[in-house]
Design a protein around this ligand. Structure first.
Ligand SMILES: Nc1ncnc2c1ncn2[C@@H]1O[C@H](COP(=O)(O)OP(=O)(O)OP(=O)(O)O)[C@@H](O)[C@H]1O
Ligand SMILES: [Mg+2]
Length: 503
């Protein structure tokens, strides 16, 4: 690899925001035909570095080279014209427009008199979609596509030029396993065409499966580059967070209390049916299953966002009806939602207000909201969760993805609920913070909270749960204790093997 000319090289990149030195002299090289992972904790500067490369942000200092020729990326369009395309962490498509319009936005093919050449537009788009093997066509409205397919649209957009380098910023965060396989095929195809691929992810298994090299950032500084085949998770983690993690199960020995929540034969249309389980105080119950197994819908029903079609919910032994989230909160149920953008955060608002939003009424003494009390809550959870922000005044939209997630968790923890439901609590969270959040979940249980954790990551479920409820297609297939569960039995249960016996 050494005697080849790099496809791209960044040197000494500095980028500051008010109060934050996001990049502190970072250098980074991408070779043609390699898959190069960019790793680092939440807020380390990964997205910022790629935004500099993609022409979205101008650096304060530093230089970008294309095949060793110095260049300036003056805008995303300009970067794209130079062969650098960016598949964003947060998708940026227009829902109302067709697939074709989204792909060619700003550069629609024109006929004479400036009229859009629709035939050409749809034909060229379909030709690109065909190479990606997707099951939709150019005329489809983007808002009607799944997240995975929307991502395919972003990828198709990248392929309207002969790319030199393609940047994927946490592309698998909301993909199912099958969708990931398709994505990895696309990446391997790009690689075989000599395109340099930059791949940002917090998921070690993926990094070790598809990348050739791994570069690590920490606190805006470049920490080094490793050959994937010659390193391991421990070494990478150490480079990322400067210490070694104890990933063994947190052996908290705590007393289980009385049953806090009991659900009996709960059904909700065809989303889930005949679901029964209990959660004791001091217990963490993990819900494991494939995407679409009905776990999120159960959580939403418990939180008053859906009305059950039959069955009952009991809190502290008493049957209750939960009509709304306000109702759920009053009764001591909190839900940390799966989709932080849609349900958890107001991006334009500052960190403190986002965190204390649901409880403003409790803190309000007369007409004045107690500013001091709110800041105290924010400070407490910032320390507890290690949220990286210059202060509570920072707009949440400016935080890195993982730190946004921590704000959401802090918000619901600060309500001190009796029953806490967390849906995919560590999606997009780096390994260090992930283990902090796992410890925090165990600690909350030991303080007497009843906790439900919904997760699609098996190691996570195995790590935090006292009991595991395995779901398939809206039904509870099996329940396991932490002592008896094995990976094999869990996989069997969630893939519906033996489902006919239960149904
Ligand atoms: N527009 C902005 N204004 C102010 N600060 C910003 C802005 N964009 C990023 N930052 C800050 O720069 C730092 C680096 O953020 P960045 O988004 O690059 O992190 P990241 O490594 O991508 O993290 P994650 O894994 O959570 O996505 C963070 O401290 C973040 O809060
Ligand atoms: Mg990021």
């Amino acid at each position: 690899m050494t005697d080849q000319t790099p496809a791209l090289r960044l040197e000494g990149i500095v980028k500051t925001f008010p109060g934050v030195r996001a990049l502190d002299g970072v250098s980074f090289t991408v070779m043609p035909g390699e898959v190069h992972a960019l790793m680092g904790e939440n807020g380390a500067g990964k997205s910022t570095l790629m935004k500099v490369l993609g022409g979205i942000l101008a650096p304060n200092e530093g230089q970008i080279f294309i095949e060793e020729q110095p260049t300036i990326m003056s805008s995303p369009m300009n970067a794209k014209a130079k062969g650098v395309v960016f598949i964003h962490q947060e998708l940026s498509l227009a829902d109302e427009l067709s697939v074709a319009e989204n792909i060619w936005l700003g550069e629609l093919p024109k006929k004479s008199f400036g009229r859009v050449d629709w035939t050409k537009l749809y034909d060229e788009t379909d030709a690109i979609l065909k190479t990606l093997n997707v099951g939709f066509d150019a005329r489809k409205r983007v808002g009607d596509l799944s997240i995975a397919n929307q991502q395919m649209v972003e990828i198709a957009r990248a392929l309207t030029v002969e790319p030199r380098a393609v940047i994927f910023d946490e592309p698998t965060a909301s993909l199912t396993d099958a969708e990931k396989v398709v994505l990895f095929e696309v990446i391997s195809d790009l690689q075989s065409r000599g395109v340099g691929v930059i791949y940002i992810s917090h998921r070690m298994e993926e990094i070790f499966k598809i990348t050739d090299r791994i570069s690590v950032l920490r606190d805006g500084q470049y920490r080094g580059t490793l050959n994937t085949a010659e390193t391991n998770e421990e070494e990478v983690t150490h480079l990322m967070i400067g210490r070694t993690l104890d990933l063994s199960r947190n052996a908290v020995t705590h007393e289980m209390g009385e049953v806090a929540l009991e659900v009996r034969s709960l059904s909700c249309g065809d989303l889930f049916s005949d679901v029964s389980f209990t959660v004791r105080r001091g217990e963490v119950v993990g819900f494991y299953g494939l995407v679409g197994a009905g776990r999120t819908e159960i959580a939403e029903t418990l939180f008053g966002l859906r009305e059950p079609s039959s069955g009952t919910i009991h809190l502290g032994g008493e049957e209750v009806t939960i009509n709304s989230p306000a109702d759920a909160i009053k009764r001591g149920i909190s839900l940390v939602p799966e989709d932080r953008k849609g349900q958890g955060l107001i991006l334009g608002m500052n960190c403190r207000d986002n965190m204390t939003l649901p409880q403003v009424s409790d803190l309000t003494a007369g007409p004045f909201v107690s500013d001091g009390a709110e800041v105290a809550i924010f400070d407490q959870y910032r320390d507890k969760l290690d949220i990286r922000t210059p202060g509570w005044r920072q707009t949440v939209g400016n935080l890195s993805g993982g730190n946004q997630q921590k704000i959401v968790i802090g918000k619901w923890l600060s309500m001190r609920p009796e029953v806490l439901i967390v849906d995919e609590p560590t999606r997009g969270i780096d390994v260090g913070s992930k283990s902090e959040i796992h410890n925090l979940i165990r600690e909350l249980a030991s303080q007497g909270y009843a906790v439900i954790v919904i997760s699609s990551e098996m190691p996570e479920v195995l790590h935090v749960s006292d009991r595991i409820v395995a779901m398939f297609s809206g039904r509870v297939m099996r329940e396991f204790t932490a002592e008896e569960v094995t990976e094999d039995s869990l996989i069997q249960a969630i893939s519906g093997i033996g489902a006919d016996k239960v149904a």
